[in-house]
Design a protein around this ligand. Sequence first.
Ligand SMILES: NC(=O)c1ccc[n+]([C@@H]2O[C@H](COP(=O)([O-])OP(=O)(O)OC[C@H]3O[C@@H](n4cnc5c(N)ncnc54)[C@H](O)[C@@H]3O)[C@@H](O)[C@H]2O)c1
Ligand SMILES: [Zn+2]
Length: 663
Amino acid sequence: MKAGERIQELADRITELRDAYYQGAPLVADAEYDVIEDELRGLIEANPELAPDPNPLEQVGAPAVLHAPIRHSRPMLSLEKANRPEQVAAFFGRFPGQPVVVMPKLDGLSLALVYENGRLARAVTRGDGTTGDDVTPLVRALTDGVPERVDAPGRVEVRGEAVMLRSTFAAYNTAHPDKPLINPRNAAAGTLRAKDPATVAERRLRFFAFDLDTDPDSGESDLDRGLRTLGFSVADMRHCADADAAQEVIGSIEQQRNELDYDLDGAVLRLADRAAYAAAGTRSNSPRGALAFKFAAEEKTTVLSDVVWDVGKTGKIAPVAWLEPVFVGGTTVTRATLANQEVIRARGIKIGDTVLVRRAGDVIPFVAGVLDAAKRTGAEREIVPPTECPSCAQPLTEQGNSRELFCTNVACPAQTVRRLIHWASRAAADIEAVGPVWIERLAEAGILVNPSDFYSLTKEKLLEFDRIGEVSAVRMIDSIAVSRQVGLRRAVIGLAIPMASEGTATRLCRAGFGSLEEVADAGVDALVAVEDIGPKVASSLIEHLTRLRPELERLRERGVSLDVREEDLPPVVVSDAPLAGKTVVITGAISDPRSGEKVARPTFQRLCEKAGAAIASSVSASTDLLITGADVGASKLTKAEKLGVEVVDQGEIWRQLIAAGVA
Ligand SMILES: NC(=O)c1ccc[n+]([C@@H]2O[C@H](COP(=O)([O-])OP(=O)(O)OC[C@H]3O[C@@H](n4cnc5c(N)ncnc54)[C@H](O)[C@@H]3O)[C@@H](O)[C@H]2O)c1
Ligand SMILES: [Zn+2]
């Protein structure tokens, strides 16, 4: 094909994809759309004379269907993209000596908030960049972080991103299996397209500011400070003196991506000084004073080749998608969850479909839906839920409004294997040397049925199997022996009692229960008296521990400890506790200065607790100390600095712990 034809083809496709995307019904994943833009950009660079007219690469958004059009005071643009360090260096090269901030590129939709004489006058979407939609009532009703008043005279315009938090997105999809949202970005955009705020009341959004327009003679010259002074939550901006520093911050934002409660698709570099940013001017569709560094995609499309119904440790039968391998969220994904039959029905998914796979954060990958149903050939097959257990062939029961399927046969072989694997897992007995494949083999041979059976295994028994040598057999037996010290907390986890979470196990220990038998004998009232344990969790504990009574006896007979372990008890605070009353956050790698050995985070936390500290997981205004180990990420430090939290090196804390006799 000639370049000119290809250029036109790509331009048409981009227009089509943008229209669909900005109407809330994308046809492809963003990463795939970006590939098409990149190809077009490359072709136009090589053949400038063949540039299409109009050139979609010089336009912003799509000519939206506007209900209440408002013209922007200055255009709301797209951003120039980069994905290589040289491009970051080139950006710094263009603005020698100018301070630059690096911040996350939030994946939501941009809004312009206009304040007149201190009052919110309008909230407007980007639209086609020149004209957007007035969405003030929806923003007022649904978006957190948009103050009604700011302390500034005249006209002030604040721009930023409205996002749906991942937690809001997940909670909404759990509560509404019949009408799931595709992803947080699409959900945010859809929310602000609603006709009536009441219909989308559970879809709350959050606004993070990243741009400020005020009377040039007044206010702060630094963007971050200017926005904070007005009372906004600001995209997390970090000042960087040079390209190396910026590249480091970009790396740390990408690394941190999984821990954040919002989607981000890159990092934005921008001149920190407002006047310098304005003076840099714009290109046809992007400001010159900013650059977007793109991260690896968390969503891709691929073909759903089959669906397998998997029996879990509690008997839940969950649909698992088998996918053509796809690189997403930093790994190659071949399996993803489809949640339950309601979700499959609501998303209209069939075998053979091209589906959107999302792998964001630490959540297991899931199939978010079919994007382009027009691509169907007719060869797709319905996904039919089973009527009997794929493992034991017993009839299934349906539970809850998402109609989850359960096999209630306690002797179900698949459940047995899952429960054994769970018992051996890290969070429970941690039988490191006996992996899932071995557990399955031993279960098939009838040697393993209950967790207690691990503890009557012998080296001789293992050596009867094919493909196992003396060394591994000994390793397996040793590993099982060590796991006899499992203790109350991890045993509760390992027994996979429905509704009892890891938190439940921790709280039982801290509430003073001395053993698993004590919990089993406690009665509902005593269990409900424990913090955060409700009547349902309490009765599930009693029901299952009563059923498991003979198993508990067998475990005891075989030398397994079901008593509370010292480390799971509330810490006994030493007298003259050096950290008494302090809320501390620990970050970085910790090691004992006396031996140089690495110390696990929970162990160090425990020492700090004994020294009187309360442990928090993230830095906030109520944090007293940030204790830093080796290799500390920039983000926590910046945050501590901003909030005025004292930062202390681990060396100083170790000195205090040792002096107080804690360590
Ligand atoms: N799937 C599809 O079919 C399809 C179609 C069109 C576009 N898209 C996607 O939409 C995006 C298109 O680019 P675009 O021009 O709309 O946006 P962009 O990627 O060029 O980025 C500009 C936008 O980034 C946002 N942003 C977030 N954090 C920011 C920050 N800290 N500072 C400045 N801006 C920030 C703003 O909303 C701004 O409008 C791409 O990610 C593309 O993949 C997808
Ligand atoms: Zn079964």
